[in-house]
Structures are given as C-alpha cells and as structure tokens.
Ligand binder design. Sequence first.
Ligand SMILES: Cc1cc2nc3c(=O)[nH]c(=O)nc-3n(C[C@H](O)[C@H](O)[C@H](O)COP(=O)(O)OP(=O)(O)OC[C@H]3O[C@@H](n4cnc5c(N)ncnc54)[C@H](O)[C@@H]3O)c2cc1C
Length: 422
Amino acid sequence: MVEPAIITTSLVTILGPPGSALGYAIRDFLYRSDVPFEWVQLANDAQARADAGVEHLADSRLPVCLFADGSRLECPTVRQITEKLGWFRNPARSEYDLAIYGAGPAGLSAAVYGASEGLKTVLIERYTLGGQAGSSSRIENYLGFPGGISGADLAKRAHEQVCRFGAEILLGREGVRADCTPHQMGGYLADGTKIVARATICATGVAYRRLGLPHEERFQGAGLYYGAGASEAALTSGQHVFVVGGGNSAGQAAMHFAQAACHVTIVIRGESLKSTLSQYLIDRISATPNINVLTQTEVAALEGDDVLREITLSNRATGESRTVATRWLFVCIGGEPQTHWASEVGIVRDAGGYLITGPDLVRNGRCPAQWPLTREPYYLETSMPGLFAAGDVRHGSIKRCASAVGEGAMAVALVHRYLANG
Ligand SMILES: Cc1cc2nc3c(=O)[nH]c(=O)nc-3n(C[C@H](O)[C@H](O)[C@H](O)COP(=O)(O)OP(=O)(O)OC[C@H]3O[C@@H](n4cnc5c(N)ncnc54)[C@H](O)[C@@H]3O)c2cc1C
C-alpha cells in the first residue's frame, strides 16, 4: 500500500470523494463534537492513491480518516470514530440515582444540576453532545451571549461543566426500551446493556422531519441534508444553496450559507416568514442581497445520480413547476419525537408522540388510569412515577434552548422531591 502523503495538523483529516454521504456524516459528527478536522476532497484516482493510500476514487475503503497519532481508519462508522476518540464507554455503576437520556440542552442542564446536587448521575446520548442546538452555527437569543454562540461551543462548555460536577457520560449509546417499576427504572441500550436508576429524565428531543419524497434516502448526505448543516458552509462556496423551512433554524442556516454560497434560496409553503421566524432574523435576511425567499412553494422531486443534481419546485398557488440545478438542499422543517419505547410501556403520549406531563395528564380532576399514586403527577413527571420529561420531547414545551435548559434544571428539582417523598 502507498503511504499517504498528507501531513495533518488537525486532530482528524478525512479524505474522500465528492458527494460521499459517509464523509458528510463524519464531518457533521466532528463539527458538532468540536473536534478540529480537515476535509480533503479527492479529485481523481492519482490523488486518491497519493493522499489516501487507496487504489482509486471509487475504492470502498474511502473515506479514510487520518488521526494525529498517525493511525488511520478506512470507511469508519461514526461509532468507530467515537471509540477511536476514547469516548465510547461502559457504565461504571450497576445503579444510579438519576439516568438522563439525551444530551441536548435539556439533558446537559439536567446532568449539571443532578451531579452538582449530589445525585449519582449518568447521561446517555446516542450521537454526540449538543442535540439540535449543536447543529446551529449561531444561537443569538441565549441569555448571557450577546454576540451569539455556536451550538458546538455551547455544547463544549456544557460538557466541561457536566464533567466538573462528575456526571458520567455514555456517548454513542441509544436508549431503546424501558422496563419501569416504581423506584427502579430500567432502560435498555441498543446493545442490550441495562441502566438501572431510581429516577429517569427523558430529554430525547426530536429527530428531523423528512420531506417524504422518492429518492430521499439515496441523496441523504450527498446533496440532501437535514438540519442547518453548519459543517458544510465552506464547501458551498460560489454555489446556489436551497434551504427548506421557515423557522429560526432555517433562517440561521440561510444566513450562515450566505457568507460562502453565491446565492441562497429559502423555500417555504406559507405566504411569508412573519409568523414563523424571529424578527431579528427577518431583518437580517431582508438586508442580505444574496438570499431570496420563495413563498407558497414546496420541493416536489429530487433527481440525480450518485449525488443530488436537481430539484423540482412547485408553486402551491399556481400549480406551476420548474426544475433547478443544485447540489445543496438543506431541510429544516422541524422534528418529531421518537418515543415508541414509551407507548410500549403504556406511558401517555399525545397524538404527535410527545410525552404528556404534570397538569396536562389531569382531566376533570382525574389522573389517567395508568397513574398508580394518590398524589397528582409533579409538573414535568410523565404518567410513570419517577420518569420525567424535559425539553422538546415534552408535550406543550417551548422549542427553545433556554426553555430546554430551564426544564432540565426544573426536572432535577422534581427528581429530588420524588426521591424524598415518592
Ligand atoms: C439548526 C437549529 C437552530 C436552532 N436555533 C435556536 C436558537 O437560535 N435559539 C433557540 O432558543 N433555539 C434554537 N433551536 C431550537 C433548540 O435547539 C431546541 O429547542 C433545543 O435543542 C431542544 O433541546 P432538547 O435537549 O430538548 O432536545 P434536542 O436538542 O433535540 O436533544 C435531544 C438529544 O437526545 C438524543 N437522543 C434522542 N433519542 C435518544 C435515545 N433514544 N437515546 C439516547 N439519546 C437520544 C439526540 O441525539 C439529541 O442529542 C434551534 C434548533 C435547530 C435545529
């Protein structure tokens, strides 16, 4: 094998062909994890041989990751990179006071408060720290950061705080099943590991909603991206980017891409951004000459080969359709909670799958049939005593960083009440 010629100064150098979906997944993971990395897009077979040490551009060993210690991983999964970075661990205890699922703003906040208040706390996250907020290039309305802060930076600071107070973090581990009895809750991880805790906080947020179009899976990470794609901005230089969605995440993404792309088009179904976007972002977008907004429009089709090449835009008012060339489509149309595990054990959810808590469980002065205690559920408590929900996964929550952080802290106060009084 030819020795790679790349000398890396970043912690990780990723070498891959254009449009590599795995290359994108690795970039996204490292960006959100605040790990310095360099992406080397291989242009031809000769460069693939010289720089990546593989035979050609279509070699199945690509992308290759080179680490600062001289080691390399070929076509690695995100889990293998988590392991390589030394972040993949087994639980240190057989039982915890508090288990928290999901390390977005709500879970990170709960871990800080839980551990700092003396609870043996474990924080379980299926991907990396930061949640949806971690994908934001700049959060400008979070208290205490007048100049704004990137989601990755916010997650890094929270990580330091969680570690300082001694909470245990299990990354790359997904909770898939619950096994609950009062005062002892079991959560099963995807590999069968059981986590036992006296109380649990579910802070699993939401997963990105899909467009529901043919070929969506094929182009995912190869022209079609969910979320704000903060890791990709520099790569869009001089190109036309499309962002679908009218919420703050879409607005932030558009502003971010406008710095590199030649043009950014926001595609929304509604008649204007007024009802969905914060005024500060509306003002910024209006003042940015290379952003335009297509109202009453939806993406109707995706076309391409190995990568996305063009999209069809359909005007809902006139019924007219047109096809435009692009290799960059970012979908920011909100999310859906993934709470199937809760319905399996009879926990009450709303029609959208969000976990119902506290006063919302009480109808006409009566608790749901599943509720086994004489007291009413605490404010953030689900219909399973001792299991709390915080942040975006909770029915009726405000979808904001600050409210998720607030609910994480509040859930811990209610955990104390539950552990003391039942
Ligand atoms: C691009 C973008 C920009 C945004 N900008 C702003 C902003 O400027 N200001 C603002 O206030 N809000 C903003 N928001 C909204 C804000 O980020 C969310 O409201 C907030 O992140 C919700 O936090 P959360 O902890 O409840 O859930 P999430 O952030 O969704 O985190 C949930 C975490 O749980 C993990 N998880 C899910 N299922 C499991 C499982 N089974 N096991 C283990 N882990 C699991 C996920 O991987 C994720 O890390 C933005 C959102 C996006 C997407």
